[in-house]
Design a protein around this ligand. Structure first.
Ligand SMILES: [Ca+2]
Length: 571
């Protein structure tokens, strides 16, 4: 062909012909370097995937440009190692040189991969965004169509562990592995860098990849991660149960909205800047009892009765067992209460109760504030070790990976204190001699909390910008993100900028200049106060008693919380 073997290579090759293939690969003749393929070849023998283990089917076609989306090579793989496993993986490849691609490292490709995560109980097969940016993009459907997690429990009360594991871990792991294989074949070049980009379930997927596929990715952007799936989804039902028990049913949405507004009004200024946002909602102790009708200062409209006020206080506090021990975290003040506590519960929370009890007919309305702990414990015993993805990051860290996370402090679906809980544990695992030393973990894993920001986006707070670029800069140029700029826009114009700070630091106003200008803030302080850490101590879950990760007191080793008898906690 273009590069015939030299006579010497042929001679050596002949001499080694009787050696095993492995030795021949290593010491044999210089191989003709691999050549890029045409898109259509990826589905055939040259692509190396057709007929390979686990590959049930593969197609490869050029997707035409559509609207603002560029044309690309679309590879669809059906992966499964049994009749029951059917994971659809899509890999979108910027056009290679044989398909007319230009302007990149090879063809239109920038030499990198970027996996895209899903949301809720769904994956995503939309690869346009990374492909348009020059990346090999990938997605998967987590092994099932649609967004229903009910099939995790069979009608006979057994778990469908194939469904659960494909959703929790297998889907995106095959996605990442296949995207790298396909890219290397198409362009005849290994990707220089491999990334993940997801929020919510996509964020959880990023954490699973860091924990369970630690050598495969260089950088992971995993925002608002739905990690501790069983723990937090069970907690999504806490407010509904509290309202049912105390009030007899859901509290009017307008009253919940007013309670949030009252909390913001009460605590907004504690951070030094009155801007409609509580920077540190955990330090806000506003009680909804201040909104009881007739109490001086209570709002004229949408005031509360005593039972409603108590219910809202307990929603903010989060689920506890009958002894007052914290089971999980609440919705921090300033967060929209309505999303989980409307006229109907959040559907995935209802499903989680079915998973916890492995009973698809289980009726959540039979649960009380006193028996909630039993359902949470059932989830812990029965399925949390499969779903909750709390493993360490040892391999990812040792491989040089970088993990970047943003979480909205007013996330209305996933309690942001959950990821703080995990971050605290990793800080202790990779930190210095002091429990509150985050410098070790920050070398490879940084968490930015966005005051006033909702789930993945939205809310009154400034919205984080450029996080994926910050991750790339960290991975490829060794520049860790010391701040993330967040912005408020109005009518397309940026009206406020504010730095987000690597947790546990927070943005502190310098005392002069516009509070709408990030330049007048600096990162400092330490949000990991003893008060917050001790209030975050959780009851022990199964893995913490039986499993390999025994973080005493469920996430902090600080004996001082036990000794102090702090808050609701008892020895
Ligand atoms: Ca404020």
């Amino acid at each position: 062909m273009n590069h015939p073997l030299t006579p010497i290579a042929l001679l050596i090759g002949a001499g080694l012909a009787s050696l095993p293939a492995a030795a021949n690969d290593k010491h044999g003749p210089p191989q003709r370097p691999p050549q890029p393929l045409m898109c259509s070849q990826l589905a055939g023998t040259a692509g190396g995937l057709a007929g390979a283990p686990g590959i049930k089917s593969i197609s490869a076609t050029i997707a035409p440009a559509a609207g603002s989306n560029v044309s690309f090579c679309q590879v669809d793989v059906l992966y499964g190692t049994s009749a029951q496993q059917n994971i659809n993986v899509r890999v979108g490849l910027p056009l290679g040189p044989l398909d007319g691609g230009t302007g990149g490292v090879v063809g239109a490709w920038n030499g990198r991969t970027q996996g895209i995560g899903g949301g809720g109980c769904s994956g995503s097969l939309n690869v346009n965004a990374p492909v348009n940016a020059g990346y090999v993009g990938s997605g998967n459907d987590t092994g099932h169509a649609g967004g229903n997690c009910e099939p995790g429990v069979n009608a006979d009360g057994s778990y469908n562990l194939q469904f659960i594991n494909d959703f929790i871990r297998n889907g995106m792991k095959q996605q990442v592995l296949l995207s790298k294989r396909v890219a290397a074949k198409y362009y005849a070049k290994e990707p220089a860098y491999n990334y993940w980009n997801g929020c919510s379930t996509g964020g959880r997927q990023g954490y699973v990849l860091a924990q369970e596929l630690g050598r495969e990715l260089d950088g992971i952007l995993a925002n608002a991660p739905a990690m501790y799936w069983t723990r937090f989804q069970t907690a999504q039902m806490w407010g509904q149960i509290v309202m049912k028990d105390l009030v007899g049913g859901p509290i009017a949405a307008a009253k919940l909205t007013q309670a949030t507004a009252s909390a913001v009004a009460a605590c907004d200024g504690a951070d030094g800047v009155v801007d409609g946002v509580i920077d540190e909602p955990r330090a806000c102790t506003f009680s909804a009892k201040a909104n009881i009708c007739g109490v001086p200062g209570a709002p004229a409209a949408n005031c509360l009765n005593a039972a409603e006020a108590e219910a809202i206080d307990r929603i903010w506090d989060g689920p506890r067992n009958p002894d007052g021990k914290r089971i999980w975290f609440g919705l921090d003040r300033g967060t929209s209460i309505n999303a989980l506590n409307g006229a109907a519960p959040f559907f995935l929370g209802v499903t989680q109760f079915h998973w916890n009890t492995h009973n698809p007919m289980f009726d959540w309305t039979t649960v009380t504030t006193h028996t909630y702990a039993n359902v949470a414990q059932a989830g812990s015993r029965n399925i949390a070790d499969v779903t909750d993805t709390f493993d360490d990051l040892d391999v990812f860290r040792a491989s040089g990976g970088k993990l970047l996370t943003f979480v909205g402090a007013n996330d209305q679906l996933i309690m942001p204190q959950g990821v703080l809980h995990y971050y605290r544990q990793m800080a202790q695992r990779y930190g210095g001699p002091r429990d509150d030393d985050f410098s070790g973990v920050q070398k490879f894993y940084r968490l930015f909390r966005g005051p006033g920001v909702g789930h993945c986006a939205g809310g009154a707070g400034p919205q984080p910008q450029g996080m994926f670029d910050a991750l790339v800069n960290w991975v490829e140029h060794k520049v860790p993100p010391n701040t993330i700029t967040a912005t408020v826009t109005s009518g397309g114009v940026v009206t406020r900028t504010r730095p987000l700070c690597p947790y546990p630091q927070t943005a502190i106003y310098k005392g002069s200049g516009s509070t709408d200008d990030a330049a007048n803030f600096s990162c400092g302080g330490n949000l990991e106060t003893r008060e917050e850490v001790c209030d975050s101590v959780l009851v022990k879950y199964k893995h913490e008693v039986d499993g390999p990760l025994d973080y005493r007191e469920g996430g902090t080793s600080r004996g001082e919380c036990r000794r102090s008898g702090h808050g609701h906690h008892h020895d």
